[in-house]
Design a protein around this ligand. Sequence first.
Ligand SMILES: Cc1cc2nc3c(=O)[nH]c(=O)nc-3n(C[C@H](O)[C@H](O)[C@H](O)COP(=O)(O)OP(=O)(O)OC[C@H]3O[C@@H](n4cnc5c(N)ncnc54)[C@H](O)[C@@H]3O)c2cc1C
Length: 418
Amino acid sequence: MKADVVVIGAGLIGAHTAVQLVEKGLRVMLVDPASPGGEQAASYGNAAWISSHSVLPPASPGVWKQVPKWLIDPLGPLSVRVSHLPRALPWLLRYLTSANTDEKLRTIAGHLRALLVDAPALHAEIARRTGLSHLIDEKSGLMHVYRDRAAYEADSLGWDIRRDLGIACEEVEADELARLQPNLTRDYSFGVYVPEAGQCLNPGAYCAGLVAHAEKHGARRISAGAVGFSKRGGKLQAVLTTQGEITCGAAVIATGARSGALSAQAGDRVPLESERGYHFMVEGGSNLPGPSTAVMIGDRKVVISRLEQGVRCAGQVEIASPDTKADWRRAEIMRQHLSAAFPSLDTSEGRVWMGSRPSTPDGLPVIGPASGVSGVYHSFGHGHVGLVSSARSGRLNAQLIIGEKPEIDLAPFSAARF
Ligand SMILES: Cc1cc2nc3c(=O)[nH]c(=O)nc-3n(C[C@H](O)[C@H](O)[C@H](O)COP(=O)(O)OP(=O)(O)OC[C@H]3O[C@@H](n4cnc5c(N)ncnc54)[C@H](O)[C@@H]3O)c2cc1C
């Protein structure tokens, strides 16, 4: 087997990369043992936010105070599986110190803003070219809701940082919130609306559609797992897979939470953890009494979105190996949050899902050339922002491979920062 470029992993990052590469006339081979955008991928079950304002890394100053709770309450919004603790400890220590000052937090927010700034428009443009416009709502806006103004003010640092980066955030008082979100419980009386953000209406179908488009324009796909690289004189010769070798000039590692082993083989040991999340989804049409605009419920730390398939409540961070069994009590917690936020929605039946966010300790993805094998490029570690950042990540990967200057500075995203 032969290709110009092997894209390893057909989640949203690999899918966008493949689309960009075929559009540049390169022969692309996509390698994934599972279906593009299938349930194994984080790209399938996420909260669907194309949130260009998601610039705050998960670890903020003072987050270390929460550590005892993470260990004691196994069903809290953020927890660490005790059996996984020894493995996760070095990552956790980096996580706790990555944004523990105002200055570090603002620096990371600036880097994320450069990656995400025009994400809704980028997705809309690519969706138009690929016949997937029905899956992207570029102008939905997104809403954060709080019990009251005091709860919002307790969260003010993050909003100040967003405003300083030029992000418009509109305060919404109780009456207006009730008008905009008629199905939301009145327990929430204050909102912040972010007009620039957008939403995907079915992330799994979006991913599958992008791959189908790439295939229609010449990309090939094999059902295989990549296991390593063959190189000569430090230069990539082939990607080794469970179905044989693919001779190629370049390869992109886009295997989400499972990227650690391949990146180490390419010369970079990146601290990468699996932050597992869950969703509970009530299936049905647009008459389900859910959110009008997707909402983040501040105190519950969940996002509730209306998708093509129904109403989805997604959230939770469980630091655990992607291979250990799901703890479905967490999906039940998602159901309870959904029911509490939208009491008129019947949540007696729904679909549950668990998936792994591929997360670095500083909340920034790893994008750029590998240090040990020339021709291999990293594109993983997109953590909580892998949908919103996938369109730009795909463009950056293509620019690197064809030797164009990347459209943003990639130094902050280099594997060398670790
Ligand atoms: C609950 C939850 C809510 C989220 N909400 C949002 C949101 O609202 N907005 C947002 O921007 N992000 C969100 N995210 C994050 C986002 O979903 C992820 O960052 C993103 O999907 C990662 O995409 P990926 O392509 O890197 O990985 P994945 O989607 O996980 O895809 C990786 C692919 O690689 C394949 N693979 C693995 N190993 C190999 C191998 N050895 N060889 C070949 N293929 C392999 C897998 O089969 C898989 O198809 C959320 C995540 C979760 C869990």
